[in-house]
Design a protein around this ligand. Structure first.
Ligand code: GLV
Length: 318
């Protein structure tokens, strides 16, 4: 009888789960990983009073008021700008830091850097006229890449590029000390990195500090013909200034996986610009297979009284 009592007690904690995709896979993995909790796939929350954990990317903040015991929000996204402005209950918010997502993003970045560095589009044109003509571009050593934002994502992208021989710069607020990386910080450091990079990859989170950071003044610093790749948050780039920098220089090409408004509105001039490549926020997906076990591990940490990670810091904005 006592053991029944124990099971009843431990099952008194539940998780409200509202992932954006792969809902059944999320449910299956969390049920397996968290045998002591009940997992409610939103909106079927049978016992709101027992919900201590909420797992989602976007969710109506008003709904969270139905869960008086809510103690932790676990985001299934790496970026957490949805929490800026503080409309959500004041509980710790955990970001998703999934190495598998970072690896996907690295593959995306490597693809485009190689595509433009090695002039792959030109080979398509040559093929269309049956012309066999190797193009000797500079080698990777002569094609420096600068990364804006050097957290888990930026670092994974950077390491992939370094392994291929691309000289790497990284711009962050606080600098860093990695071997093989030239670290830049502050406003001067930013301009220095922009002006020395053949390709600039923006993986910054959206915060009050980074919003509109890459504007006309910054584009003016880019190397002539440089590639700009945006794969963090669209709001960090001023799109009118980006278009001007493409049309009047110095920018060569832009690859945009993220835009200020998503989906990118049909009438946006970015869609048809000949030197812009658009992908629909697809450089790295949240995949239940790898992300759900990470979320479950953080829930277990909280239940053991340990700190989950990485924690969203409202002061930093990410
Ligand atoms: C995707 O953009 C994410 O933040 O996970």
């Amino acid at each position: 009888m006592e053991s029944y009592g124990l099971i009843w007690l431990t099952c008194d904690v539940s998780v409200m789960l509202n992932p954006t995709s792969e809902r059944d896979v999320w449910l299956e993995i969390l049920v397996r990983e968290l045998p002591d909790e009940r997992i409610y796939l939103w909106p079927d929350v049978a016992d709101p009073d027992s919900v201590e954990f909420a797992v989602f990317w976007h969710h109506d903040p008003a709904d969270l008021l139905r869960y008086p015991k809510l103690r932790t929000i676990l985001s299934v996204s790496a970026g957490v700008e949805q929490f800026l402005g503080g409309v959500y209950p004041e509980v710790p918010i955990v970001r998703l830091s999934d190495p598998a997502m970072a690896a996907e993003m690295a593959a995306y970045a490597v693809h485009w850097v190689v595509h433009f560095h090695r002039r792959m589009a030109t080979y398509l044109e040559l093929q269309s006229v049956s012309e066999w003509r190797p193009i000797r571009t500079v080698d990777a050593h002569g094609f420096p890449v600068g990364i804006l934002g050097y957290g888990v994502m930026g670092r994974t992208v950077g390491e992939a590029l370094t392994r291929l021989g691309y000289p790497l710069g990284a711009w962050t607020r606080s600098g860093g000390q990695d071997a093989d990386v030239t670290h830049f910080r502050g406003s001067d450091g930013l301009d220095q990195m922009l002006s020395t990079s053949a390709a600039v990859i923006n993986i910054l989170p959206l915060t009050p500090y980074t919003e509109g950071l890459i504007n006309a003044d910054r584009f003016a610093q880019f190397r002539r013909g440089a590639l700009y790749m945006s794969m963090g948050r669209g709001g960090t780039t001023v799109e009118a200034d980006l278009l001007a920098a493409l049309d009047r220089g110095p920018l060569g090409t832009a690859v945009l996986d993220v835009t200020a408004a998503e989906p990118l509105p049909t009438g946006s001039p970015l869609w048809n610009h000949p030197r812009v490549r658009i992908t629909p926020h697809a450089s790295g997906f949240t995949r239940a297979r790898t992300a759900a076990p990470l979320v479950a591990a953080n829930i277990r940490r909280v239940r053991r009284g340990e700190q989950p990670f990485p924690l969203y810091d409202p002061l930093r904005g990410y």
